[in-house]
Design a protein around this ligand. Structure first.
Ligand SMILES: Cc1ncc(COP(=O)(O)O)c(C=O)c1O
Length: 374
């Protein structure tokens, strides 16, 4: 390659700097009016009420489960093929993550497998909208209703994705998003929850501020009240500097998604001509926003070796994400063969807003040559 092509690259322009400057000059840099503005803008974008900005998606999942009542001894069904933040969030609450296998095409949690794993201890399901492709929410919500289970959507990678016209993250009891550097829009680190019930959102907000009311909200009332700590909370609140970046990034979301879909179609065309790699499935039920473009290599191909060879050629490829049940930390006895296969055979190829067709042309030549030489 003429230059190293990174796996992902955030897209910023002067708008982020303008917003950050406003916050710095205001003097209110911790959580305050800019976070409120970001929350309001997200709320309008998603046409959803009860939005709370947080430090990251991991704490969004953690607080969502806590506020939905997950505690020691409870089982939570977790999509196995995910970044382990999903499983960790259950453990933080004292619960047991029960890993559920995924569909080999979409990489998303399989509703049939969910049914097999429900026990008397099951309290919630966490579907993950893997790499920005929405999970089978109709069936998942149906199962949840039948068995009286809560649904926490892990939409870390799916802010702006849609399932049958509805935004991913807005269909369950709570939806969680990430604004980490590799996500569609980013604040460096950042997260957001959207809750169906106002009380749940308010509880999440309280627990994100040590268990009390945020300082800015306290300052904005006429009454002077000394807060009382009646519940153990955390410091998971978003700062106004972070929110400033979010306000500017949100304006770019629609055109970033549009362009990434074009890039995905271009990659698809290239991969269709190669016999040793398959392009990712794109379900007609959803709007896949391609947080990552994750293909599957043929059984014959040593995926890790392929990543090494591509990196030597200047293409920063990566694995997709993880099979949770084989991570030693969980000591799980669950079997999730599809997830394990995808964990071993998936490869994320460069995918970002400013990636150009000419760069994909060049990478496709290298990829095909490398695959055939293996
Ligand atoms: C599916 C999934 N869930 C949760 C997370 C955690 O997000 P954050 O880094 O914002 O805590 C990630 C991060 O990559 C993710 O991919």
């Amino acid at each position: 390659m003429s230059k190293m092509i990174h796996l992902a690259r955030p897209y910023f322009d002067s708008e982020e700097l303008v917003e950050i400057r406003k916050v710095l000059e205001s003097g209110w840099v911790s959580q305050g009016p800019k976070t409120k503005e970001f929350e309001e803008n997200v709320s309008k974008y998603l046409s959803a009420k009860n939005v709370v900005a947080l430090t990251n998606c991991t704490c969004a999942l953690h607080l969502s489960l806590l506020c939905l009542g997950i505690k020691k001894g409870d089982e939570v069904l977790v999509a196995d093929y995910t970044y382990p933040a999903t499983g960790h969030s259950v453990v933080y609450c004292g619960g047991k993550p029960v890993f559920v296998d995924v569909d080999p095409k979409t990489y998303n949690i399989s509703p049939d497998e969910i049914r097999k794993k429900i026990t008397k201890k099951t309290k919630a399901i966490i579907p993950v909208h893997t790499f920005g492709q929405p999970a089978e929410m109709d069936e998942i919500l149906e199962i949840a209703e039948e068995h009286d289970l809560k649904v926490v959507e892990d939409g870390a990678c799916a802010f702006g994705a849609k399932y049958k016209g509805k935004f991913a993250g807005t269909m369950g009891d709570v939806g969680c998003y990430s604004f980490h550097a590799r996500k569609g829009i980013t604040t460096g680190e950042g997260g957001m929850v959207v809750a169906r019930d106002r009380e749940i959102a308010e509880h999440i907000r309280k627990l994100s501020v040590f268990g009390i009311v945020t300082a800015w909200n306290r300052e904005n009332t006429d009454e002077f009240v000394v807060p009382e700590f009646n519940e153990i909370g955390y410091n998971f609140k978003m700062s106004d500097i972070t929110a400033a970046v979010g306000v500017a990034q949100l304006k770019k979301l629609d055109y970033i998604i549009k362009r990434k879909i074009e890039i995905a179609r271009y990659w698809d065309e290239k991969l269709e001509k190669m016999s040793l790699i398959n392009s990712p499935y794109n379900s007609p039920d959803g709007l896949h926003i391609y947080q990552s473009y994750v293909a599957l290599v043929d059984k014959k191909i040593n995926r890790n070796r392929l990543i090494e060879l591509l990196r030597k050629e200047g293409i920063q490829a990566q694995i997709g994400t993880y099979a949770s049940h084989v991570q030693p930390v969980y000591g799980s006895k669950d079997k999730c063969p599809n997830s394990l296969e995808i964990f071993n055979k998936a490869i994320a190829l460069p995918m970002f807003y400013t990636l150009e067709e000419a760069e994909i042309d060049e990478m496709a030549i290298v990829l095909e040559r490398t695959l055939e030489g293996m």
